[in-house]
Design a protein around this ligand. Structure first.
Ligand SMILES: [Zn+2]
Length: 362
């Protein structure tokens, strides 16, 4: 299976090469001297700053931008082009995107570097923010398969957050504006994603960029591209994200539309509830002792191998009773039930006879 999750810097360059030179600006260099580019489209007074792949392995929101940008530039959207100027950083963390890692080349999480700005990527983003002084920021991310939209809820296919601006999580004007906008997005997606939109934890962390920009008075929306069951390529999620972008700008262009923060407040909070796969009827050998009739919980770890992303199964829990829910359940085939399954380094499944059982493709 070809994995579509990998989006290294050359893919961004290919996309941007179609654009006129005067729409593109290099706003900085990454730790490994890769250019960080800003694309400017539209000519309206309302300025939006959006950045994706601040975490290099979170590519779905970038892929959705590949579809959103041509949509925005289509002649039919002339109203939007006249209303908005979009400043888009498709890939803030090119080094992490090349390596398919969350962190940058210095192993720093750029979304925990808003205060100290120790990294060139953090400085580039803050400089752009200061020089543009946007009316709205969109902080574009992806989340793992572990989240449910609320306790016992379905997989959180999308999540949003209107970040707090202070430790008391006060409803500042910027924050209320972000809540309004998320309410509008959630309302327009409610039919296609019933109950599957989650709300992120709003604990204030001034080191997170969204919190920092909200604190500075700019409405900021965190987008999290989540998991649609079975869609490990995130192709369906990409469409939901695209629809969310479109819904956002359509409602912004129609200010008369009544918007309520209550829809945002009523979104279920994300809960860590899922593993990817649960396999039952396993004989487990732990420290030389065999335990029969066990269950194991598997999480797939996206791993870059020879330029491709492989989904490698990792055991995250085992026992005769597991409370974690799974996106998929399997019962071990009879032929394998009596074979003790052994682990190396506690968590890695090493017995190749089990490969088919644990593979994402089966
Ligand atoms: Zn992220």
């Amino acid at each position: 299976m070809i994995c579509k999750r990998y989006l290294p810097p050359h893919r961004i360059e290919e996309f941007l090469s179609e654009f006129d030179k005067n729409t593109r600006t290099v706003i900085g260099q990454s730790v490994e001297n890769r250019p960080i580019e800003l694309l400017k489209i539209g000519s309206g007074a309302f300025k939006v700053l959006m950045w994706s792949q601040m975490h290099g392995n979170e590519t779905t929101t970038t892929k959705a931008l590949f579809d959103f940008i041509p949509w925005f530039l289509n002649l039919e959207q002339r109203t939007l082009q006249n209303k908005f100027t979009l400043h888009i950083i498709l890939q803030l963390n090119p080094d992490g995107s090349e390596r398919y890692t969350r962190a940058n080349a210095n192993h720093v999480d750029l979304n925990r570097d808003a205060i100290d700005k120790t990294q060139p990527e953090s400085i580039a983003l803050r400089n752009v923010y200061d020089s543009i002084q946007p009316d709205l920021c969109l902080n574009l991310h992806g989340q793992r398969t572990i989240y449910a939209a609320g306790v016992g809820g379905p997989s959180a296919s999308l999540s949003f957050l209107a970040p707090a601006a202070d430790f008391d999580r006060m409803l500042t004007p910027a924050r209320i504006k972000a809540m309004h906008l998320i309410s509008g997005i959630a309302d327009s997606l409610a039919e296609v994603l019933p109950n599957a939109i989650g709300r992120y934890d709003d604990t204030f962390n001034p080191n997170c960029v969204g919190d920092s920009f909200t604190q500075s008075g700019t409405p900021t929306i965190l987008f999290e591209a989540g998991h649609v069951p079975g869609d490990y390529q995130r192709e369906q999620t990409k469409i939901h994200i695209l629809n969310a972008y479109q819904a956002l700008f359509e409602q912004l262009a129609e200010p008369s539309q009544p918007l309520e923060t209550i829809i945002y407040s009523n979104l279920p909070q994300n809960k860590v509830e899922f593993c990817d796969l649960m396999v039952s009827n396993i004989c487990l050998r732990v420290n030389g002792v065999d335990f029969v009739d066990q269950k194991i919980a598997i999480q797939y770890k996206e791993t870059l191998i020879d330029g491709r992303i492989e989904f490698l199964p990792e055991m995250v829990a085992y026992g005769s009773r597991l409370t974690v829910r799974a996106h998929k359940y399997k019962i071990l085939p009879d032929a394998l039930r009596s074979i003790p399954l052994q682990f190396k380094e506690e968590s890695l499944v090493t017995d190749s006879r089990f490969n088919d059982v644990f593979s994402l493709n089966n």
